[in-house]
Design a protein around this ligand. Structure first.
Ligand SMILES: Cc1cc2nc3c(=O)[nH]c(=O)nc-3n(C[C@H](O)[C@H](O)[C@H](O)COP(=O)(O)O)c2cc1C
Length: 200
């Protein structure tokens, strides 16, 4: 049994290209794994709050000393971290907004990046603790960034590889539905993204 955690952050529901691509990835994974359990988190419908000073206080208060307010503040993060550790495979749907990931997704990342839980500092530097996961990223963008003149603005793949890798998720594969704002490339953007994909 493989547990898939499917994180969605497209604002246009089922019409979002990142969601269509992410769904197609999940369907392919179902074909290659006879038994999968899929947990979906739609960060648009159920947003993670921005970190507040109360959240940080709760993060840094040892579990046994937490007040009811601390417990309330840390709850979204605890749930997100639990779901992350339970997953074998993580599928992240990522629309590009203003050259970056949606703020909803950034907020989720802020809740899963927890010192002492998903990473720790050692004498040899930081160590990621969320290991053994496979991550598929379904990236959708209006323009084309994998080649051509906009390549220098391709910030999302290095950022996600850095922050997920920091937490131990180093096995990352990125699929791109590119040029969704361009009439001629929109229609088959998802199919092209998966053309050469081998998902295991
Ligand atoms: C608020 C907003 C900002 C966007 N910024 C960019 C951008 O910086 N670069 C780009 O190529 N496309 C940009 N787009 C286009 C989206 O990347 C494109 O529509 C993509 O398909 C969105 O993902 P989705 O279809 O999964 O929702 C933007 C769209 C919106 C709504």
């Amino acid at each position: 049994m493989k547990n898939i955690l499917h994180i969605k952050s497209g604002l246009q529901g089922q019409n979002s290209y990142s969601t269509k691509l992410g769904n197609a990835i999940v369907e392919r994974l179902k074909e290659s794994h006879p038994e999968v359990r899929v947990k979906e988190r739609d960060l648009v419908r159920e947003a993670f709050p921005h970190l507040q000073s109360e959240t940080l206080t709760a993060f840094f208060t040892p579990e046994e000393d937490r007040t009811p307010e601390n417990i309330r503040a840390v709850q979204p993060s605890e749930r997100a971290v639990r779901e992350l550790f339970e997953a074998d495979i993580i599928v992240l749907d990522v629309p590009m907004y203003n050259f970056n990931i949606p703020s909803q997704l950034k907020s989720w990342i802020d809740h899963i990046a927890r010192a002492g839980i998903t990473f720790r500092y050692t004498e040899n530097g930081p160590e990621g603790l969320v290991t053994g996961k496979k991550v598929y990223i379904a990236l959708a963008s209006g323009g084309v960034y994998s080649e051509g003149p906009n390549q220098g603005y391709d910030f999302i793949p290095p950022y996600l590889k850095a922050v997920l890798g920091f937490m131990g998720m180093t096995d990352i594969e990125i699929f791109r539905a590119e040029g969704t704002a361009i009439e001629s490339s929109r229609a088959d953007a998802v199919e092209r993204a998966l053309e050469t994909a081998v998902l295991a």
